[in-house]
Design a protein around this ligand. Sequence first.
Ligand code: SF4
Length: 455
Amino acid sequence: MRVILLNTPDPDRPVNRDMAGGLGFDRSKSSLLPPLDLLNYAAVLKRKSHDVILIDGQAGRFSNDALKTVIAEQRPDVLVFTASLPTVDNDIAYAQAIREILPANSRLVCKTAVRLQPVVEKILLESGCDFCIIGECDLVIDEILKRTERMGTAEILNGQYTIEDEILLEDLDSLPVVDRSLLHNSDYSYFPFGTSVTTMQTSRGCPFPCGYYCPYPLVQGERWRSMSAERIYTELFHIINCDKINHVFFRDATFTYNQERIRELCHLIIKNNLQVFWWCETRVNVLSTELLSLMRDAGCRGLNIGVETGNEELLSRSAKQGITLDSVRKISEYCRNNDIILRFLLMIGLPGESRESLYHTFQLVKSTRPDYIGVTTVTPYPGTLFYEDAVKNNWIKNSDINTFGGHGYNVEIGSMKSDDLEFAMKKIYEVHRAITKDEGDARMIEDEFLKWKEK
Ligand code: SF4
């Protein structure tokens, strides 16, 4: 079987498709991550002797016409394209154009993390695709593409939307090491970490209660499943020695959920003197200064931690149960004194947000001085409990999914209007620039914030 795996181009709506649990998240020009899901498919298909071409349309190497010429020339038996939540209209339009140049007996298949029936149904009805892959079908992808297996897929059968049972991959160690030579690895970057970055996802799922609003448990499930330290080490060794890449961004939602696993991994890296620099994302309550010290010795250069808010009550009530501002400050201080770059992930607009709580977030940034921050707005991802509350309480002001990329002003709760959130976000970024890059006057920015807060 000849298969083209296409990460659909998104010239008008750049997203990192594997972020937001796989639903897709707004990306800046300086961050482009490889399509890991397609790399996994390619590895399994190649192991089963299929002919695979992987094209990352987002990397900008092909114009639309050139890409279509490649597809027409290759005459694949199957073409798999990707679709994300905020780009779904663009992805559908692209698929329609591809359908016209594919041989009539070729299959067109959509790979998406979106589970929302109206959206999946829209893809099925409008894109010209034969079916959608929505489950973790990595290990049986050849059977899925041949239609000898239907689990984890959705299609229109006899005019009816039909969805088969989900597949959740239990044994992540059984995933083959992916072949990154299928991509131009120099295309990929993660802005705090530099260029020529590759990614690994060593666990799936997240059991934490911030699943109230977060899309990771929604897409990947609440049960945490992981690769062993040995399996991660094997792939890291391959990345360094075969792919010649030495910067790795772990795409796990909570990389250190099992701290013992990370200790084992760090000991393997240190014992074998593997020269790898890495970055990860995790939660403060599954970190310790002892673990951070070991991680740094094993090449960890930085991490993202979900902080969401500087308001203690909001933090414990709905944002990040189990985390205190003290623990955030302690980790920040440790990172600053020990050459670990820290990026706070903040979220504004949760239920209970006020000008006062936004000021607390402003103050937290000013006082803890993280190296980087990323501020997002709370998004009512359908399927989350937050979405249910938002519908029940009539909080949703903009339900256009094209704006569900993490920065849309989709809800208004209580007295918090979009303008308030926009103002606060702007000032939080301004004060961060002022304290970390000496651009502007932090005191003046704080005075402006205080004046607005008291209005
Ligand atoms: S810990 Fe992170 S990934 Fe997990 S539910 Fe909370 S916000 Fe989402």
